[in-house]
Design a protein around this ligand. Structure first.
Ligand SMILES: [Cu+2]
Length: 126
């Protein structure tokens, strides 16, 4: 999933929610001392003015905590992204089969190349 900011001012992804899970967290994955680590971005994910940020497994992603029901590959589910300036934007994301990066707390979104429909307002989510 790619977040495109088509406005002239920077924005911040400050949260996300979905009926599919208890809560969603914005995570960053990076290699520290040769070890892949994941951490939650407490202050949000900045989207530069006129720029874009890609959500993918090896980088920034949304983590679904406490899935309400199992998500099967091929299904889609709705997601609401909350931006500091653009406000709430609803998208529909597909579920992909996952590999070893899955942990037992839930699933990840932003895996692979999400082609999400929807997106209104100034922030375009694809
Ligand atoms: Cu994560």
């Amino acid at each position: 999933m790619t977040l495109n900011n088509k406005t002239g001012s920077a924005d911040l992804l400050i949260g996300a929610s979905s009926d599919a899970a208890d809560k969603l967290q914005i995570h960053e994955m990076k290699v520290v001392n040769g070890v892949m680590q994941m951490r939650q971005l407490d202050s949000g994910l900045p989207i530069p003015a006129g720029g874009s940020v890609v959500l993918e497994p090896s980088s920034y992603h949304l983590m679904l905590i406490g899935l309400k029901k199992p998500l099967a590959p091929g299904e889609t589910f709705p997601l609401t992204l909350t931006f500091q300036k653009a406000g709430n934007i609803s998208v529909t994301v597909p579920v992909h089969a996952m590999g070893a990066t899955q942990d037992n707390r839930g699933g990840m979104s932003g895996m692979e190349d999400h082609k999400s429909s929807g997106g209104k307002g100034n922030m375009d989510v694809k």
